[in-house]
Design a protein around this ligand. Structure first.
Ligand code: UDP
Length: 252
C-alpha cells in the first residue's frame, strides 16, 4: 500500500504520505528512534505500532473533550489518517515535574515537583537544535499570532490537565510532554488544532510507585527495555487487547 502513495515529508520517527482526499494525509509511524538532535539513532522494533495506537487513543479522547486535533482514524498497524495542517514551527513543552533540560538548565533535581505547570516554547529548527524562544520571538517573527498563541496556551493547559488525570488513573505520573500545533483553513479563517503525536516518544512518564521511567529516556539514557516500557504504557491504558501478539508477548 505505502509504496504507491506520494511521500510528502519524512521526519525522524514518522513519514507523511498524500491522503486519499484533499486536506488529508497519512501519518506512518516508523520504528526509528533518535535523540540528541539525531546524534543517537536506533531501530526499536515495534515502536511505531505502539506509538500509532497510543497516539490514536490519546487524540481520540482529547477530541471527545473538545480539544480539536488532526487525528481522523487509524488505518492499519502503522498508519493513521490525519487532517493536513500548516505546522506552526514550535515545540510546545509543558512540565509538571523537573526533568531533562529544565533540570540541567536551572539546576533543579529531577523529580522535584514544580510550583505550577510551566509551558515553554522551542523553535522547530534542527540546524539550530530547537532553541528555546519566548512569546516575543514567536509574535515578532510571525510564527504565530497573539491570538493563536492564546489558543495554543489554552489548549496546552487542557491537554496537560486531561493527560495528567488519564495517566494518574493508571498509576503513571505525567512529568512533561511536547506537543505541536497546526493551522487549518476554513475559507479565510485559520484555526489552530493539535497535530503531530502524543506517545512515550514525546512524554516523560514515570511509574507512580516505583518511579521507573516508561518513556523515551530509556533510549536516551541507555536504560534498556524501551519497547517493554512503551508496551506497559499501552497495556495500562487498556489498548493491548487488539495489538499484534508479537508485541503483546514482548519483543526481545
Ligand atoms: N521532547 C520531544 N522532542 C524534542 C524535545 C523534547 O518530544 O525534540 C519532549 C521530551 O520527551 C520531554 C519534554 O519534551 O517529554 C521535555 O524535554 P526536555 O526539554 O527536557 O528535553 P530533553 O531533556 O529531552 O532534551
Amino acid at each position: 500500500m505505502t509504496g504507491r502513495k506520494k511521500k510528502i515529508y519524512e521526519g525522524k520517527a514518522k513519514i507523511l504520505y498524500e491522503g486519499p482526499e484533499p486536506g488529508t494525509l497519512i501519518q506512518y509511524f516508523k520504528d526509528d528512534a533518535t535523540a540528541f538532535n539525531a546524534q543517537k539513532k536506533a531501530v526499536l522494533e515495534g515502536k511505531g505500532v505502539i506509538n500509532n495506537r497510543i497516539s490514536e487513543f490519546v487524540m481520540t479522547r482529547l477530541a471527545a473533550i473538545g480539544v480539536q486535533n488532526h487525528f481522523i482514524r487509524r488505518l492499519n498497524l502503522r498508519e493513521q489518517l490525519i487532517r493536513e495542517v500548516e505546522i506552526i514551527p514550535l515545540e510546545v513543552i509543558c512540565r509538571n515535574v523537573a526533568a531533562g533540560s529544565l533540570s540541567q538548565r536551572l539546576g533543579i533535581e529531577e523529580g522535584t515537583p514544580l510550583p505550577r505547570s510551566i509551558i515553554e516554547f522551542c523553535y522547530k529548527n534542527d540546524e539550530l537544535g530547537d532553541p528555546m524562544v519566548t512569546e516575543e520571538h514567536i509574535t515578532a517573527f510571525n510564527w504565530a499570532t497573539t491570538q493563536e498563541l492564546d489558543d495554543i496556551l489554552a489548549m496546552t493547559v487542557r491537554v496537560n490537565d486531561f493527560l495528567t488525570g488519564l495517566f494518574a488513573g493508571v498509576g503513571i505520573m505525567l512529568v512533561d510532554f511536547k506537543i505541536e500545533f497546526g493551522r487549518v483553513y476554513e475559507g479565510d479563517f485559520a484555526r489552530v488544532i493539535l497535530a503531530d503525536e502524543i506517545s512515550p516518544d514525546s512524554c516523560r512518564l514515570w511509574d507512580m510507585v516505583s518511579g521507573e521511567k516508561l518513556d523515551k529516556d530509556r533510549f536516551r539514557r541507555d536504560l534498556g527495555n524501551v519497547i517493554e516500557s512503551y508496551t506497559e504504557v499501552a497495556r495500562r491504558l487498556g489498548i493491548m487487547k487488539d495489538m499484534p501478539t508479537v508485541i503483546q508477548g514482548g519483543l526481545h
